[in-house]
Design a protein around this ligand. Structure first.
Ligand code: 2YG
Length: 296
């Protein structure tokens, strides 16, 4: 699990309007729109309209390596930008969770060194950042590519985000290849997919060959300088949830308008949108009852 640094995130909350304009130019959708697409929410206007009435709390967590200065504030800034009634609790840890619940937060976001999670306490459900980040960046690739059904997509990096990216790609009927510098990790992921989804994905022989023969790419490694300018042509589109950014500066320059990368915004937008679906579909955690009173 990559641990962000203050330097990675310090400017994010001040550049969200500019980033939103870039997202609209690259995908045709805003940050909220990409989050909605990741959560399978079709009506973005309705989501935007509901957001101000949804209270979300971000709780700083001191466990392990401790607080990352600016992390909670940046997550909160992204949620406020999306229109939610979001705040950072004054207390951290358990006291922060109590403060969040007392303040009526319907969604509570918190991260330790192992997991970054959105909690929906009334529904007893959680949203995991790795899975939501994968869904968000795959949704963005889908929008950049004008749909992924039947198209060849490469996932490079077979860690948690790469694994969940494969899930999202299969749900969008893409033809998935995976590759990792540790060949066994790619083979293990193919085995998991076969067991979990009864689907077959291809394991590419090596990163350089795979990058040279694919135009739609999810870069989910924790390495820098994985995708070089030589791998990029006019048809290439890259969605890069991996931290640090896996594209060389020259590759990024060639891909302007056809690539997505950020340390937090798309993942947080996807988490928030998935949490909204949870709290909207099960308002008080009760099973929604059908018109004749039967519980579904
Ligand atoms: O509350 C705090 O300030 C700290 N306990 C936050 C620690 C977060 C550690 N995790 C990471 O930095 C990343 N895994 C977060 C998600 C990166 C985007 N996929």
């Amino acid at each position: 699990m990559t641990r962000l640094t203050t330097q990675d995130i310090q400017d994010i909350r001040y550049q969200l309007n500019r980033y939103d304009r870039y997202l609209v130019s690259a995908t045709g959708r805003s940050l909220l729109g990409i989050g909605a697409a990741a959560a399978g929410i079709g009506d973005v206007t309705r989501l935007r309209g509901a957001a101000p009435s949804i209270r979300m709390a971000v709780v700083p967590i001191r466990s392990g390596l401790g607080i990352i200065s600016g992390f909670a504030e940046t997550v909160c800034g992204i949620l406020v930008h999306l229109g939610f009634d979001a705040f950072v609790t004054g207390y951290s840890d358990v006291s922060g969770f109590a403060e969040a619940v007392d303040a009526g937060a319907q969604v509570i976001l918190a991260a330790d060194d192992d997991r970054f999670v959105a909690f929906c306490p009334r529904q007893g459900k959680t949203v995991d950042n790795s899975r939501a980040t994968a869904a968000g960046f795959v949704a963005g690739l889908d929008l950049m590519a004008g749909g992924l059904d039947g198209k060849d997509v490469l996932v490079i990096g077979c860690g948690p985000v790469g694994r969940w990216s494969v899930e999202s790609l299969l749900m969008r009927k893409a033809r998935v290849s995976v590759v990792d510098r540790v060949a066994q990790k790619a083979a293990d992921l193919a085995g998991w997919v076969q067991g979990a989804f009864h689907s077959t994905i291809r394991v590419a022989p090596d990163p350089d060959t795979a990058l040279s023969t694919h135009r739609l790419i999810v870069e989910a490694t924790n390495a820098a300088e994985v995708i070089h300018a030589r791998h990029v042509n006019a048809d290439t589109r890259v969605s890069a949830p991996g931290m640090p950014c896996g594209l060389t500066p020259h590759a990024r320059e060639k891909l302007t308008g056809r690539m997505l990368h950020d340390p937090l915004p798309i993942g947080v937008a996807a988490m928030a949108s998935q949490a909204v679906r949870i709290i909207r579909e099960q308002p008080m955690g009760l099973k929604s009852t059908a018109s004749d009173g039967r519980s579904e």
